[in-house]
Design a binder for this molecule. Structure first.
Ligand SMILES: C[S@@+](CC[C@H](N)C(=O)[O-])C[C@H]1O[C@@H](n2cnc3c(N)ncnc32)[C@H](O)[C@@H]1O
Length: 248
């Protein structure tokens, strides 16, 4: 690509990112979360701003940006599994906002996996500081680890992905989840939130939508598409595996 075109493209990406962040600030203003609960989940963080960023992270990891609060609640309430029967896992939990919101539901455990030590530390601090009368689950864990290497707990039933990484990485995690279901048959819901930033091209036809990782896999049935109450960008796609028909 000629240099001027590349420069123009970069300028457009940066402008789109600024508009995106401004929109998120507005959404966060409508449903304040950080101040009332004494936490810090809102500021975006680029992979290259992380002191512990590796080449692998720069190639495959998305920036940190939280899911808007109302979208997380709507996605969790759209899952057909009973929260008290399963654990919730956020693959790429960042500063832990989705974990804190998930703890308002009676999950057995709420687990975050985060590749950046810096962000995992912020998530742990947020968990320690979080004070909400709505909190029902007190077993919250954050694992500093590449989510592709994380051993899936035998009771993981809601697996949450908000555009954390490329479909290549997501594919490895879905392999691990399928293996876990074969060893411990149970219903599992995959929640893929977000449409992906159009500028990323990781070999999947120009889209970075993580949900491409389940395409063509017979174990999964498409569940409801969840319209975000915040912005269509945050619409979510659910996929359900129910090997023993327990969800009726
Ligand atoms: C868009 S943020 C989502 C944050 C959080 N799930 C939420 O919804 O508020 C994506 C996060 O995934 C993390 N991430 C990227 N690649 C990862 C990997 N391979 N393993 C674990 N975390 C990863 C990033 O560092 C970032 O914090």
């Amino acid at each position: 690509m000629p240099r001027a075109d590349a420069r123009q493209q970069l300028a457009e990406i940066l402008a789109a990112q600024c508009r995106f962040d401004e929109r998120l600030r507005c959404l966060d203003g409508r449903e304040p979360f950080d101040e009332p609960f004494g936490v810090e989940t809102n500021g975006p963080v680029e992979p290259w701003e992380l002191a512990d960023a590796t080449d692998e992270m720069l190639d495959h990891s998305s920036r940190y940006s939280p899911t808007p609060v109302r979208t997380v609640r709507k996605v969790l309430e759209s899952c057909p599994t009973a929260a008290q029967d399963v654990s919730f896992v956020d693959f790429g939990c960042g500063k832990g906002r989705a974990l804190l919101i998930a703890s308002e539901y009676p999950y057995r455990a709420v687990i975050g996996v985060e590749i950046s030590a810096q962000l995992a530390a912020v998530a742990r601090e947020n968990i320690a500081r979080f004070r909400s009368p709505a909190q029902q689950c007190r077993r919250l864990e954050v694992h500093h680890q590449d989510a592709a290497r994380y051993e899936i707990p035998a009771d993981a039933g809601v697996c949450y992905f908000y555009e954390p990484f490329s479909p290549t990485v997501a594919g490895r995690i879905v392999d691990n989840i399928e293996e876990s279901i074969r060893r411990h048959p149970r219903p599992v819901v995959l929640c893929f939130v977000g449409r992906g930033l159009p500028a990323r091209d990781d070999g999947d036809g120009g889209t970075s939508r993580t949900g491409a990782a389940v395409r063509g896999r017979p174990m999964w049935s498409a569940g409801p598409m969840v319209e975000s109450p915040d912005d269509p960008y945050y619409d979510a796609w659910l996929f359900v595996s129910d090997p023993e028909g327990r969800l009726g």
